[in-house]
Design a protein around this ligand. Structure first.
Ligand code: 5AD
Ligand code: SF4
Ligand code: FES
Length: 346
């Protein structure tokens, strides 16, 4: 049984296939971790190369109508100060991101209905004039809304499935429907977006089997990007007493996702670096090829408090671009200068 798992990793490296039971065994065992991480790193190098794509993240509103149990921005959390960045200021932040060399901006917010479709179209079309790629991460919308953003110039959309276990999902995200989440991903694909999804690692009640299902789901929907990170308990939420996710397990999910989906974009997430001071570098050496540094300025950074200990909250955008570039160069990699779309290998 034991050495069979080395064959499983070897097989996945060549054929990009793994059975669910073997995924679960690899999650349980720590003996094969290094073999898994090194295989993922080789697949990353072979398919997406040594360039690391930077995406400048603009967190433009921390107002959210949802009540996800794990998230500090949840509607019921009355202990954070809320903000909205006005459209022209968002455009200005995007311009600054271009100045720092970013070729993509990611516009992220809580689910905030203040920004109408017309406002979003105004923001997107103005940013589009800067010849950069635009990623949106603003939650569940209708097909028509997604269509309008696409027509205005949005290229990509991030919406994590969070977990593929419908029951766990609906417990974690009260009032939300797993079916609707999947409908969103489906609509976005149909509309020609590059679609990013992902999951949280270590939610209370989440099984290893369900994490394996998450990875199989990413493959099944042919996600173009997959972002995963450990769940970090937030004192301002009902899950404050929960244990939280482990860095190692999250890293294994990153590595396995790379083995199974060799040509996609996989970010080394901020939550990984929150649990480990070298978390993003380690992820970049275990399958990841993207980093999303923050370009939000001033007080807003601290207020976008999804979870405690979020890195970079006291730093400026200029500091972060230098910091992350240094880390990338230190591990023998290079910052990409193109927009970093997925290049399908098959
Ligand atoms: N810990 C880690 N990640 C979190 N997110 C929300 N709350 C937390 C938390 N407590 C993630 C969700 C969401 C993304 C924007 O942030 O997965 O999709
Ligand atoms: Fe809102 Fe997203 Fe946080 Fe859920 S995870 S409460 S939708 S910001
Ligand atoms: Fe922000 Fe390092 S990337 S301080």
């Amino acid at each position: 049984m034991k050495d069979d798992l080395l064959d499983v990793i070897k097989n996945a490296e060549e054929l990009h296939y793994m059975e669910k039971k073997d995924m679960v065994s690899l999650f349980r065992e720590s003996k094969y971790d290094e073999a898994l991480f090194r295989a993922a790193d080789r697949v990353r190098k072979k398919y997406v190369g040594d360039k690391v794509h930077l995406r400048g993240l603009i967190e433009f509103s921390n107002i959210c109508k949802r009540n996800c149990m794990y998230c500090g921005l949840r509607h019921s959390n009355k202990s954070i100060e809320r903000y909205r960045i006005p459209p022209d200021k968002i455009i200005e932040l995007a311009k600054k991101a271009v100045g720092y060399g970013y070729r993509t901006v990611v516009m992220q917010s809580g689910e905030d209905d203040y920004y109408t479709v017309d406002m979003m179209k105004y923001i997107i079309s103005n940013i589009k004039k800067m010849d950069i790629a635009i990623t949106l991460s603003i939650g569940e919308k209708t097909f028509e809304e997604y269509e309008a953003y696409k027509e205005a110039g949005a290229d990509r959309y991030l919406i994590r499935i969070e977990t593929t276990d419908p029951e766990l999902y609906e417990n974690m995200d009260p009032g939300m429907s797993h079916e609707n989440r999947k409908r969103c991903l489906d609509d976005l694909k149909k509309l020609g977006y590059e679609v990013g999804t992902g999951c949280l690692i270590g939610l209370p009640g989440q099984s290893l089997e369900s994490l394996a299902d998450d990875i199989l789901f990413f493959k099944d929907i042919d996600a173009d990007m997959v972002g995963v990170g450990p769940f970090i308990p937030n004192a301002d939420t009902p899950l404050k007493e929960a244990e939280g996710g482990s860095f190692k397990l999250a890293l294994k999910v990153v590595a396995m996702t790379r083995l199974l989906m060799p040509d996609i974009n996989i970010p080394a997430t901020t939550a990984m670096e929150t649990l480990n001071p070298n978390g993003r570098t380690i992820a970049l050496n275990s399958g990841s090829n993207v980093v999303m540094p923050n370009v939000t300025e001033g007080i807003y950074r601290k207020l976008y408090a999804l979870y405690p200990g979020k890195i970079c909250t006291g730093d400026t955008p200029a500091h972060c671009v230098n910091c992350i570039t240094g880390k990338i160069v230190m591990i023998g990699r290079e910052v990409a200068s193109d927009k970093g779309f997925r290049v399908k290998s098959i």
